[in-house]
Design a protein around this ligand. Structure first.
Ligand code: GLN
Length: 543
């Protein structure tokens, strides 16, 4: 039997529901259960693909090519279960599906309504494809009381009723704020939030109370009494030292135990926490530290580079070092900031993915700095494209090298991809194609050159990595670029699309067209990040 855990949030947003869901799933998994986590986003965009990173943070791409909420990154990093398109649905997608159906005439004359049509669609998403699972955790985005989330609340209320008794529970994540002037934690916002929830027909089974100070027993009992839950089911969730400490912390507070009790499961094995013990040991006892400069555009909002930040840390775990990430706004180099002063203290330089011309000359200058100074360099997606433009301009004599993404150019070293093969067949695009969901998205295989640096790092000549891009390095520039020392060491299997470039004569210089950070896990660091940080450790011994 597949059981469902519905997770809602109250009082304020940004309480870390995603992390909570990921940690609970990890604990259940550590007890031997098969889990999957799903996210329902109440906004009207069909997916977050067209939203600015400043609006929504990173867009997390799945193997099957979905552009999804960044919480799916937490889910995958904490459980190792690859997320799919079917694990993230927005209200926009629900309505799109329903309206397309209505236009086809599928509703046979019926009036199409929120209840039952929208709620049925949401329930169908929640329950699809779950046969081989013990637990499905469904996180509802937003906060109780939002107008937008009402259909989702109604759908989970109905689903709780549709399922067998004991087959689903509700976990509500709230805030217990500390009022410094009174020196007290306040339970009223939690009481109000639960009242809002019960007015929608949902009685929570477990309350997870985020708080900055330990929750006294008296307050725990008070919350239990007013909110109609047992005191043991009021779980305090204090701020953690690191996100990887959260599973341990929730376990110590009894979260997984209470969840199992709510389902009436009394014979589950104790969780095997070795994986998390090892991660915490590596984090708490580093043998050194390195500083990586990330030269990008969205440095004002760190959620924009969520997976990248985590993957750099995983590289640190692999090498038992602490990784300090210095976020550097590429545009400042164009406005006269001293590039040498900024980049000289770095043990590694990374130019991440991105869109648009702003800051690009600063990124290209950063590539040049790393190449000339022999500092480890990692270019990801747009970062690889910038590395190729830098190579073309400064080592291949193509002074006007650019990308068609930034406007017309006589030397399109990077250009719009107009055709590629996918599992669904030949894909074709033009400059007029819609922007939403039309990039080269998801997992694609690549062939690596046998004796290349990257084949050594991966330990294989065949890889599969996740993509999200519209432009691609133009393979017709391969010869001049390779003469300048930038070797094309990974190509799409049909040999048309460059996937990886490297400089074998440099201590560590790799550019990749895909996003390796999306597949990195704390217990399974991505080989490219492990190797990049290893090179940064070597560099740190030189400077
Ligand atoms: N803007 C570039 C492209 O579309 C790179 C995208 C990215 O870095 N994800 O190809």
């Amino acid at each position: 039997m597949t059981r469902y855990i519905f997770i809602t949030g109250g009082v304020v947003s940004s309480l870390g529901k995603g992390l909570m869901a990921a940690s609970l799933a990890a604990l259940l998994q550590a007890r031997g259960f098969r889990v999957r986590i799903r996210k329902f986003d109440p906004y009207l965009n069909v997916d977050p693909g067209t939203m600015s990173p400043y609006q929504h943070g990173e867009v997390y791409v799945t193997d099957d090519g979905a552009e999804t909420d960044l919480d799916l990154g937490h889910y995958e990093r904490f459980t190792g279960v690859s997320a799919r398109q079917s694990d993230n649905v927005t209200q926009g997608r629900v309505y799109q599906t329903i309206i397309q159906r209505e236009r086809r005439g599928d509703y046979l004359g019926a009036t199409v309504q929120v209840i039952p049509h929208v709620t049925d669609e949401i329930k169908a998403f929640a329950t699809a494809d779950t046969e081989d699972l013990d637990f499905v955790l469904c996180e509802i985005g937003g906060t109780v009381g939002d107008i937008e989330s009402l259909p989702f609340m109604e759908a989970i209320r109905q689903l709780h009723n549709d399922l067998d008794r004991g087959q689903s529970i509700f976990v509500h994540v709230t805030l217990v704020p500390y009022i410094a002037a009174a020196g007290e934690l306040k339970t009223k916002p939690t009481q109000r939030s639960v009242r809002d929830l019960t007015s929608l027909g949902i009685q929570p089974d477990i309350l997870l109370c985020r708080c900055e100070h330990p929750l006294p027993d008296s307050e725990r009992k008070k919350i239990a009494l007013f909110c109609n839950v047992r005191p043991e089911a009021v779980i305090p969730a204090l701020d953690a030292s690191s996100i990887y400490a959260v599973p341990h912390q929730y376990h110590a507070e009894g979260l997984d135990e209470e969840v199992l009790r709510a389902f009436g499961i009394s014979d589950a094995p104790a969780p095997k926490m070795d994986r998390w013990d090892d991660i915490m040991d590596r984090r708490q006892n580093p043998e050194g530290e390195v500083t990586i400069g990330v030269v990008g555009k969205y440095v004002g909002l760190l959620d924009a580079y969520k997976s990248l930040y985590e993957a750099l840390n995983h590289g640190g775990l692999a090498n038992r070092v602490k990784v300090n990430v210095k976020w550097i706004d590429a545009e400042l180099f164009e406005k006269g900031d001293d590039i040498v002063a900024s980049l000289e203290p770095m043990h590694g330089i990374l130019v991440p993915g991105g869109f648009g011309v702003r800051g690009s000359e600063g990124k290209i200058e950063s590539v040049k700095f790393a190449r000339e100074r022999n500092v480890p360099f990692f270019g990801i997606c747009l970062g690889m494209q910038m590395a190729c433009i830098e190579g073309a301009r400064n080592t291949a004599g193509i002074a006007d090298a650019s990308t068609t993404e930034f406007g017309e150019t006589s030397e399109p070293v990077v250009g719009l991809i107009t055709e590629w093969m996918s599992k669904e067949g030949l894909q074709q695009r033009t400059a007029e194609t819609d922007l939403g969901g039309t990039m080269r998205l998801g997992a694609y295989p690549a062939k690596l050159t046998g004796n290349s640096v990257v084949a050594g790092i991966y330990g294989s000549n065949d890889i599969s990595e996740r993509h999200r891009h519209r432009y691609e390095v133009n393979a017709s520039y391969r010869e001049p670029l390779e003469k300048g020392g930038l070797i094309f060491s990974g190509m799409s299997p049909d040999g048309t699309l460059p996937e990886i470039v490297e400089r074998p004569d440099h201590p560590w210089f790799v550019g990749v067209q895909f996003h390796p950070e999306l597949k990195s896990k704390p217990f399974d660091p991505h080989p490219l990040f492990a190797s990049f940080i290893e090179a940064a450790v070597k560099q740190s011994r030189l400077v």
